[in-house]
Each structure stands twice: as C-alpha cells, then as structure tokens.
Ligand binder design. Structure first.
Ligand SMILES: [Zn+2]
Length: 282
C-alpha cells in the first residue's frame, strides 16, 4: 500500500505536466477499478483545465475549472505515467501500460498521461469542489502531518485524557491524516517516546519533539522518492535501499542505531507490528 510520502511524490511528479493544463482525448478502457468509474467520467474530464494538484491523506485531488475535483486513490498498484514513465519509486512492483492501463489522456501541451492498476484496488471519483471536505472520504480527517495545522498543541488537545497508547493514537486518521505504521514507528523512535505511553500522558515538550520527528521522517521519505514504503510482510531480502532509511522499522534484533546499547524489538499493538528500542524510548 503506497504510504503518504509515495503519494506526495506522485503529486509532485505530475504537477509540472498537469498544473494549468487542459485535458484532451480522455479515454477510459473499462467500467470500473475497485469501484465503478463515475458516470460520464471521460466526457466530464475532457476539456477541463487542472487548476491545482493537492494531496489529502493518501488521496490525490486535482481541482478542475469545471467546479469538480478529480479524486484518485492509488490502492496497491495504481500508477500514473507521464509519457510512459511513472513518477515515484515503489517497493511493490507493478506493470504500467498495456492491458493494465485503464485511463489515458493527452494534455494541451501534448504530454500523455496514463493510469495503470494491475490489481485494481485503486479508485477514482469526481466530487464538486465546494463539497470536497464533506465527502465521506475526507469528512472527519485530522490535520495533514506536513501542514501548519499539525503541531504539539493540536496533539495535546486530541490526546487529552486518552488512555490509549500513543502509537495506536497516532494511527487514528481523525487525529492526524494519512500517517501509516512505518512512519509512526520511526517518529516515535526519533522522538525517543515509548509507543506504550498512554497518549494523554505525553508531555507537551515530548509532543513537540514528536511532531518535529513526524515531519522529518515524512519529508526525508519524500526526498528519497517515496521508495521507503514496504509492508513488513514483504520486508525480507533485497532491501539495501530500504534498510538505509529506517532506524527501527523491520530491524528487530539489531542494535539500536542510537548507540544506547539496546536492541530493536518488535511487538504487536492493535494488530500492527511496532518496532522500538525499549532502552531509549521512554
Ligand atoms: Zn536505543
């Protein structure tokens, strides 16, 4: 499953090709992905100009001059291509083009944009832009972790009186949007906060460290091309690049990279693996 940095990498890759461009020759080659395409999807995109490309949680949102926003979730293997090349690096390889290409268009500058999705867990919608934040996919989402609205004060309020541990609380999309398991583990390690601490017991200075750590691990992953994103089930073997970018995730039994003399350990919280150093995370 592509995580937030991967989706952000795709957004940044598409922006130069799509921002301000008019969409032409839109073709949809099948009725559905995970869900059916919206009614008259191709005619509603055709001729529209893309005003801006946003990301919200793990959704791409392209605002059009028609008053609608084209929303895409990449699912597992959804890939946009620009003139045949997919922006972003993905840990889960997926074929692009050919029989897996389900949508194509040409911009008024002649760039060819495709969308392939071999497993078809991705999905698309067209939503009136004015109603976007009331849409079920977006209503109730917490602030973006890379946006200004995410800070220690907001977390302090959200965590007030909360007995649930800080690790599982950070995965709650109502508290912060789009943060996945890998990045929560990494941020807690970097801030030296124990994943077992009840959320309501984390002090404001530690929440400040934590919000900085969340931002840093995400920004570093975006800078690395979003390629640091495989689920632990697939984390064995061939992970040279992967290993360089994680301090604790997938590193059970290895020495703590903080040189505290501790060893990275794994345990399960709410059905997800937590990797941490019990010696320096308090
Ligand atoms: Zn340690």
């Amino acid at each position: 499953m592509p995580e937030l940095p991967e989706v952000e990498t795709v957004r940044r890759g598409l922006e130069p090709a799509l921002q301000g461009r008019r969409l032409t020759k839109v073709r949809v080659n099948r009725p559905d992905l995970r869900f059916p395409f919206p009614e008259d999807f191709a005619p509603r995109l055709d001729g529209a100009r893309v005003e801006r490309l946003e990301r919200r949680a793990k959704y791409l949102r392209f605002a059009l001059d028609t008053g609608e926003t084209w929303v895409t979730h990449l699912g597992m293997t959804g890939r946009f291509t620009i003139d045949g090349v997919a922006p972003g690096e993905f840990e889960e390889p997926a074929p692009v083009g050919g029989k897996h290409e389900h949508l194509s268009l040409v911009t008024d500058q002649g760039r060819r944009i495709g969308f392939s999705d071999s497993r078809r867990f991705g999905y698309m919608a067209l939503v009136p832009t004015a109603e976007l934040d009331d849409h079920p996919w977006f209503r109730g989402l917490g602030p973006e972790p890379l946006g200004n609205a995410f800070n220690a004060g907001v977390l302090k309020d959200a965590f007030r009186g909360k007995k649930q541990n800080v690790k599982v609380s950070l995965l709650d999309q109502r508290i912060v949007a789009g943060l996945g398991n890998i990045y929560v583990c990494e941020a807690l390690f970097r801030a030296r906060v124990s994943p077992k601490t009840p959320a309501g017991k984390v002090s404001l200075p530690r929440l400040e460290r934590l919000t900085v750590a969340v931002r840093d691990v995400l920004n570093e992953a975006v800078a690395a091309g979003g390629s640091t994103l495989r689920d632990f089930a697939n984390a064995e073997g061939g992970q040279g690049y992967f290993q360089h970018h994680f301090d604790v995730y997938g590193r059970e039994g290895q020495p703590c990279p903080g040189d505290c003399g501790g060893v990275v350990q794994r345990f399960v919280q709410a059905g997800r693996s937590t990797f941490w150093c019990p010696k320096c995370q308090r």
